[in-house]
Ligand binder design. Structure first.
Ligand code: IMO
Ligand code: MG
Length: 432
């Protein structure tokens, strides 16, 4: 059975957790295929707030198998804490599995992430300090330690020793900090290995088998298109392939298995960390949106930068991801505003830029906006699209026309049931 993919189309925090949870209800598997515990996916059920960093957002359904795939970088400490935390609120995690080929984050990765950022002075990337970059660096340098290495202690001992000897040179000689102790890391990770052992699987064969058995598989993207290592606003990106293309790479399945590419976009934009943000709002409206939308990082608690919807960037994201269904989230957050702007075009020295720039030179870019009058009405309890205020519908129609895509669903609040299904026939085809 061809499967569904959920990806974020902006700079993250689009509400992927909520939508994954919604789709997971009728899925057999939910798979994370890239990123690590830098992501923070939120699910709100009956006013309870569940935050997931590594565990796929299908975990609340007892029959769902949740797989952390080979493209993910896994911090065992963080995974263990997450498992314990969600078990403590009565959620069963016995169906959470970890792919043996996934790479693991070690304490030196976290430290190096922090030291590198500090060394960049006033021009850091603004990473989450979770060690994501250094873990992927080791993977590409072919010295990384994988989950399966934890199963062979002799092997793990040697790999850790070799890696740590080298990292300690960098830590002491370049960053002038204290070296890390081999023994304490080794002992700590042996404990993680014992804990994680029953969850370690070969998910590649598991997923291929599931396809043969016509199981429904949902791939849950982390981060988002504009943070993609290849196509995002480099170098202010995350070091993984966040697009739909990353699904095959990070889970070991061929493209032909994939069918519905569901893109999630917020009705405005946010960004955490540094890097270009052409439609960033430079007026008190930035704070108004931040407060109304609770735009604070789930992982790092940092205030998010807020901006208007950037349709030019969104079109680029939809193109790269082959999006065939669009979901718009947090539309309720805009309800109090007198007017709403939408970025539709980038210009440089008065000339329209045809393609989303590979390098955004914000000083020389002018954004052309269209202004929409606000609807000034609470929409968070509306159930039917037709009942939305006319100005709100105009905003939605404009987005659809610009992107030449129909919106499947509009999310109007963080609770599971705060949604307006716009395209019912497609929705039920995908979601049932
Ligand atoms: P979810 O899955 C928003 C950002 C960081 C930083 C950049 C690189 O919740 O949407 P990293 O630690 O990945 O090396 O940091 O990427 N970033 C996110 N921003 N949501 C996320 O995840 C993010 N994960 C990383 O803020 O700018
Ligand atoms: Mg998040």
């Amino acid at each position: 059975m061809p499967s569904n993919v959920i990806v974020g189309l902006q700079w993250g925090d689009e509400g992927k957790g909520k939508i994954t949870d919604l789709l997971a209800k009728n899925s057999d598997y939910v798979v994370r295929y890239q990123g690590g515990n830098n992501s923070g996916h939120s699910i709100h059920i009956n006013k309870k707030h569940l935050i997931l960093h590594l565990i796929p957002s299908g975990v609340v359904y007892p029959d769902n198998k949740c797989i952390i795939g080979s493209g993910v970088v896994v911090d065992p400490q963080s995974l263990l804490q997450e498992i314990k935390k969600i078990e403590s609120i009565g959620i069963n995690t016995s169906k959470v599995f970890l792919e043996k080929r996934a790479h693991i984050t070690l304490p030196y990765h976290r430290l190096l992430d922090k030291y590198k950022e500090e060394a960049l002075g006033d021009k850091p990337i603004g990473t989450t300090h979770r060690g994501i970059g250094p873990t992927y660096e080791d993977k590409i340098a072919r010295v990384g330690i994988r989950v399966l290495d934890l199963l062979n202690l002799k092997n793990f001992h040697k790999k850790l020793k070799d890696n740590l000897d080298y990292k300690n040179q960098i830590i002491t000689k370049i960053y002038k900090r204290k070296p890390l102790s081999f023994q304490s890391i080794y002992e700590e990770y042996i404990e993680y290995a014992k804990f994680l052992l029953p969850r370690i699987i070969d998910s590649v064969y598991e997923l291929h088998d599931a396809f043969k058995k016509k199981k429904k598989i949902l791939f849950e993207g982390a981060q988002a298109m504009l943070l993609d290592i290849n196509y995002g606003t480099y170098p202010y990106v995350t070091p993984s392939s966040t697009s739909t293309g990353g699904v095959c790479i990070g889970s070991g399945i061929p493209p032909i298995f994939l069918k519905n590419f569901i893109g999630i976009a917020k009705s405005y934009c946010t960004r955490v960390g540094y890097g270009p943000f052409p439609t960033e709002i430079r007026s008190p409206v930035n704070e108004i949106i931040r407060e109304k939308g609770n735009e604070y990082g789930v992982t790092t608690k940092r205030p998010r930068r807020c901006g208007w919807l950037d349709l030019f960037a969104l079109k680029y994201s939809c193109m790269i991801n082959g999006i065939n269904f669009l979901i718009i989230t947090k539309l309720d957050v805009l309800s109090e505003l007198d007017f709403i702007k939408v970025g539709i075009e980038y210009r440089s020295h008065g000339k329209k830029i045809q393609h989303f720039p590979a390098n955004i030179d914000e000083k020389n870019i002018e954004i052309i906006y269209i202004d929409f009058p606000g609807w000034k009405k609470d929409i968070s309890h509306i159930k039917e699209y037709d009942d939305l205020p006319i100005n709100c519908k105009k905003y939605i129609t404009f987005i659809e026309d610009y992107l030449n895509l129909e919106i499947l669903l509009i999310s109007i609040g963080s609770e599971r049931n705060q949604n307006i299904i716009k395209n019912k026939s497609s929705f039920f085809k995908i979601f049932s």
